[in-house]
Design a protein around this ligand. Sequence first.
Ligand SMILES: Cc1cc2nc3c(=O)[nH]c(=O)nc-3n(C[C@H](O)[C@H](O)[C@H](O)COP(=O)(O)OP(=O)(O)OC[C@H]3O[C@@H](n4cnc5c(N)ncnc54)[C@H](O)[C@@H]3O)c2cc1C
Length: 489
Amino acid sequence: MDLETLRSPTAFLRATLGDVPYEDVLRDYEAWWREEGLAISEAVDKLSTPPLRLFDRWGNRVDEILYPPDYRRMLHEGYKRGVVWRVFQDGSLLPFYLLGYVTAFFDAGLYCPYTVSLATAVPLEKYGSEALKARFLPPLLRRDEGVWQGATWMTEAKGGSDLGSGVETVAVPLDAERWALEGEKYFASNAGAELAVVAARPEGAPPGVRGLALFLLPRHREDGSLNYFIRRLKDKIATRAVPTGEVELRESEAFLLGKLEHGIYLILEVLNISRVANGVGSVALMQRCLAEALEFAEKRVAFGKPILEHPLLRRQLEARVEELQRAFALAWEAVRLLNDVWRETPRYSERYHLFRLVAHLAKYWTAERAIQAAKWAMEAHGGAGALHEYPVERWLREAMILSIWEGTPHRQMLDGLEAMERKRAHELLFEHVEPHADPEALKAVQARVEAHLRLDPQEREAHIEKVFDELARFAAEALRAKRAQTQQA
Ligand SMILES: Cc1cc2nc3c(=O)[nH]c(=O)nc-3n(C[C@H](O)[C@H](O)[C@H](O)COP(=O)(O)OP(=O)(O)OC[C@H]3O[C@@H](n4cnc5c(N)ncnc54)[C@H](O)[C@@H]3O)c2cc1C
């Protein structure tokens, strides 16, 4: 790939995908970022957490986040261009992931509000009653500044990995439609959103994840009063383009989505959208890191020539471009598969189980690759890379969050392992990539995974990391070959 391609997310998508749907929209959006968005994004990162106004002058709770006006402009740009509404207009997730790629190239944290807004709209559209949809869907799909935002709040103070014991929020039925929620959400991104989907345990439901259900929670009650409270905003190392807060639910009015007994499936469907977005965002961040490193390496002179012309540094960059292509191929396969299965409801097809494994591999592997790319870009900048005043140190901070939220690497590995044990998802994956894979590599990885699955459960869990990493790399390489073959055809 021509190194020039690294400088533009739209050019990279074109070089990698060939025909890019919505290409004009993406180009326009990218131009906006260069003219206006970049400077706003940098200021938002540097200024850090916006203030939270808890009370008005008369002592009433208002819980307002005081964004600078430019921040709102940056935020609304993606909504206006269709990061959410196009999905429902066109019946496809592609516009969300393509516009997300461009967003995350410039600001990985800003992709979060769009993601959680879509991940609110989708379960509402799939599982909400007609009355709920009529009331809440149109504002989420507005194309102007009046657009509503969504949020996805599962994690509580006891921990996010083990939702079965971590979620202590209780739901009590009020009437046929309405429930009252009581509890606290400890990591609530897009705090202040007009609508959220939240995990809670209906009173009397069994313990563990099977007893959880998914509820739709508006910010305001019908009488206009606050329906949830923001206790405080978190001061984070990165993703400062999205406010993450602690939220209190006090007899908060909410609406059940789907069947009670399907709650955990709905929660996982919400996570499917955001984990895949995390993969796409991680790859976009990788590209940004390599673009920054390229720009510096062309200009920095050492031993009489630009450092890019030194064989070692050049080879390092080229190797990372190949890694970028692998990471993109894996993340994009997760997008394609999700686009096939996102309308499914339990019980799911085999393709859905294949998707789940690919999504776990992609979430895990692309975030790890993004961290490595960010570290290397910093290194390639030498001392300047470590300074807060230049852009490159930010990408390492952003990448660290990408690996933690939406489920840490441990979670991805263990959930991926479960999909292999219970659904034989690895066999589906091998079948899926077989036409493009190197036959020897396929045989080797098949043997490796099967041998791993024969270990006793303790050993299987203890040693999954290496196998998972190898499987991700193998799948990414086979899918990269598939992309290249498709391009040539
Ligand atoms: C900036 C930011 C924004 C966030 N926004 C949201 C949001 O909007 N909504 C939301 O619901 N959550 C949100 N989160 C929470 C995020 O999803 C959790 O941080 C994440 O799932 C991990 O949960 P935890 O922090 O409670 O860590 P824990 O679950 O307490 O885990 C601690 C460590 O133990 C490891 N661990 C846990 N179980 C195992 C195991 N079985 N084997 C091996 N290791 C294990 C974990 O991988 C981790 O390394 C956000 C987090 C961040 C950082």
